[in-house]
Design a protein around this ligand. Structure first.
Ligand SMILES: [Zn+2]
Length: 163
């Protein structure tokens, strides 16, 4: 390879221009901000019952919440998007029960239903009516027994409700 020798004055000028451009690129105090990183996924739930009120709260003896509709409504809503993984009747007193698996792996369950309006395998979105409140199984009155399960452990759902 043959490079034609440049006059010294031009070489110095080029070196000077390169130095200026490098200074502009790296010498400024501006730090390049990485383009917006994706928002972390946060699991939140809507209430499974309208006009909700608790009849039992989550505790060691009752790892679930019991809810009623203060105005007597019976609609039961999916608390988040997910897939119905179980539709069953009379498991350990739960009566008619629906289980929905959500994107983060949590499972929400709805027990004592009078009617089930979804099928196993069905995809549901938050807020869709999945059943009607009832007192099937071991229940003394009409209410929803709601559980939230994280890898087999029943957890307190309270912190995940958006409202
Ligand atoms: Zn209960």
């Amino acid at each position: 390879m043959c490079i034609k020798k440049m006059p010294l004055g031009i070489s110095v000028m080029i070196a000077f221009l390169i130095a200026i451009s490098l200074f502009e690129k790296f010498g400024s105090s501006q730090v390049e901000i990485p383009s917006s990183s994706p928002t972390p996924y946060v699991f939140t739930m809507i209430r499974p019952v309208d006009n909700w009120n608790y009849t039992r709260i989550f505790c060691k003896e009752h790892e679930a919440i019991d809810m009623i509709d203060n105005e007597g409504g019976l609609n039961i809503y999916a608390v988040a998007d997910g897939q119905v993984i179980l539709v069953s009747s009379v498991i350990n007193g739960y009566g008619n029960r629906i289980e929905i698996k959500h994107e983060n792996g949590f499972i929400s369950t709805y027990s004592h239903l009078s009617r089930v309006l979804v099928k196993k395998g069905q995809e549901v979105i938050a807020g869709s009516v999945i059943g009607l409140m009832g007192k099937t199984g071991d229940a003394t009155g009409v209410h929803l027994h709601f559980e939230l399960i994280d890898e087999g452990v029943k957890i307190n759902p309270e912190t995940y409700f958006a409202d």
